[in-house]
Design a protein around this ligand. Structure first.
Ligand code: PMP
Ligand code: GLN
Length: 395
C-alpha cells in the first residue's frame, strides 16, 4: 500500500466510536465528540430532493455541477458582496472532497503547505496524498489560538506553495479578522502563494464577520474557496459542497472530477439550490441555538477553579483548558467518558499546540450541555485532587 495515504486523522475519532458503541448498548452517553449538527435538514430541502427524484433526476449529472446550482452559489456569494461567476464554481461531494481535489490539482511532491495547528484532522492526509509536505504553524493557547500572521511568514521557504486556512476554525472557533487577512493576503501576493480557504463554518458566526480572502485585492486569482452545506444547513449526510477559484483551476478540477467523481447526484444538487435560495430564517434560528449553547457552556464552566473555556466567536466547537488536571488531553477525555459518559475529543488530535485542551461540540441542547459541562468540571476537579491530595492533617 502506498505510503502517501498516511496521517493520523482517523484515529482522532476512536473515542467517538467508543462512545457511540456504548450508546448503542443502552448507556446514557452525552456525545460531544463530533461536529455533526443535531438538527434535521429543513423540510423544504428534503421535499425538493424528493420532488426532483420523482421528476426523473436519476441520470448522470453535469460533471462541473448543474448550472442552476452554480448560479445559486454565485447568488449566495453576491449577497455577501463577492462577485463569483458560475464558471468559477465546481460542485463537489462535500468540502472534504473539495479539499482533496483542490490539493491534487495544486500541489506537486516536495511542495510545502503551511497549515496552522491545531487544525482539522484530515488536512495532513489530504496534503500528504499529493506528495506535498505539511508545515505546521503553531497557534498559541495563550493567544486563544488566534492566527498570528507573523508566525505564517516565519514558516515560508522557497518551497512554500500554498497556505491552507480555516476561518471560522475547527477546533477552536476562532475567526481571522480583517487586519490578519490583510497581512496574509500581502504574504500570498509577495511570495506568489495559493490560499486555500476552508469556509465550512462561515454561516456560524456569533460575533465578528466572515471575510472571504478572494474578496481582497489581487486575491481572486490565487484563492481557492471551499465550502459546503454540511454545517450551515444541517446537511452533513448529503455530501454537497463546492470550490470557487480561477477558471483554469476549475477546468483542471473538472478533469479530475471526471475521472474521480463524475459529478454529484442531480437530485441532491436540486435540493442544494432550494437550500441556497430559501429565506435565511431557519439558518438564523440554528445559529442562535448554537450561540445559546456556547453561552451555556461558558457560564457553566466560569466558576470552575480547574478548567477554563476559551469563548469562541464562531463555529460549532469550544476548547476547554484541562491542564490543571495534570492529565494529557487524551487521558482526560478517556476518563471523562469512563466516569461521566461524556465524549469529547483530545485537543492533541488536532495538533501538539492543543495538548492540555479538549474539544467539545455544541451539538446537544443547551440544558444537557450545561449539565455535561458541570460534570466535566467536577471530573477535572477530582483528577486535580488526586494529583495533589490534601494532606491528611488538613483534611
Ligand atoms: N473542513 C472542516 C474544518 C471541517 O470541520 C469539516 C467536517 N466537518 C470539513 C471540512 C468537511 O466538511 P464536509 O461535510 O462538507 O465534507
Ligand atoms: N468535521 C467534523 C468534526 O470535526 C466531523 C467529520 C467526521 O466525522 N469525519 O468533528
Amino acid at each position: 500500500l502506498t505510503e502517501r495515504i498516511a496521517g493520523e486523522g482517523a484515529a482522532a475519532w476512536d473515542i467517538h466510536y467508543r462512545a457511540l458503541a456504548r450508546q448503542a448498548a443502552g448507556d446514557d452517553i452525552t456525545v460531544l465528540s463530533v461536529g455533526d449538527p443535531d438538527f434535521d435538514t429543513p423540510a423544504p430541502i428534503i421535499e425538493s430532493a424528493v420532488e426532483s427524484l420523482r421528476g426523473g433526476a436519476t441520470h448522470y449529472p453535469d460533471v462541473q455541477g448543474k448550472l442552476t446550482l452554480r448560479q445559486a452559489i454565485s447568488g449566495d456569494y453576491r449577497r455577501q458582496g463577492l462577485e463569483v461567476d458560475a464558471e468559477n464554481v465546481i460542485v463537489m461531494a462535500g468540502a472534504q472532497c473539495g479539499l482533496y481535489a483542490a490539493a491534487q490539482c495544486l500541489l506537486d511532491p516536495g511542495d510545502e503547505v503551511l497549515v496552522p495547528e491545531p487544525g482539522y484532522v484530515t488536512y495532513e492526509a489530504v496534503l500528504r496524498a499529493t506528495g506535498a509536505e505539511l508545515v505546521q504553524v503553531p497557534l498559541r493557547g495563550e493567544a486563544d489560538f488566534r492566527l498570528e500572521p507573523a508566525a505564517l511568514e516565519a514558516a515560508i521557504t522557497p518551497r512554500t506553495r500554498a497556505i491552507l486556512l480555516n476561518s471560522p476554525h475547527n477546533p477552536t472557533g476562532q475567526l481571522i479578522d480583517a487586519a490578519a487577512w490583510g497581512a496574509i493576503a500581502e504574504l500570498c501576493r509577495r511570495h506568489d502563494l495559493w490560499l486555500i480557504s476552508d469556509e465550512v463554518y462561515a454561516e456560524l458566526i456569533f460575533e465578528g464577520e466572515h471575510i472571504c480572502p478572494a474578496s481582497l485585492p489581487g486575491m481572486a486569482e490565487r484563492s481557492v474557496v471551499i465550502s459546503s452545506l454540511s454545517k450551515s444547513h444541517a446537511m452533513t449526510g448529503w455530501r454537497l459542497g463546492w470550490i470557487v477559484g480561477p477558471e483554469p483551476l476549475i477546468q483542471h478540477l473538472t478533469h479530475l472530477a471526471l475521472c474521480m467523481l463524475y459529478g454529484c447526484p442531480d437530485f441532491i444538487q436540486d435540493a442544494a439550490c432550494a437550500a441556497l435560495e430559501a429565506p435565511p430564517a431557519e439558518l438564523d434560528a440554528m445559529r442562535e441555538i448554537y450561540r445559546a449553547r456556547r453561552d451555556a457552556v461558558c457560564e457553566a464552566l466560569a466558576e470552575s477553579p480547574t478548567v477554563a473555556a476559551i469563548r469562541p466567536p464562531a463555529g460549532m466547537f469550544l476548547m476547554v483548558d484541562i491542564r490543571a488536571t495534570g492529565l494529557s488531553s487524551q487521558a482526560f477525555a478517556d476518563r471523562l467518558l469512563d466516569e461521566e459518559g461524556i465524549s469529547v475529543l483530545s485537543g492533541e488530535a488536532f495538533g501538539p499546540s492543543a495538548a492540555g485542551f479538549v474539544r467539545l461540540s455544541l451539538t446537544v441542547e443547551a440544558e444537557r450541555l450545561s449539565a455535561a459541562s458541570r460534570r466535566l468540571a467536577a471530573c477535572a476537579e477530582r483528577a486535580r485532587a488526586e494529583l495533589s491530595p490534601t494532606p491528611a492533617s488538613e483534611a
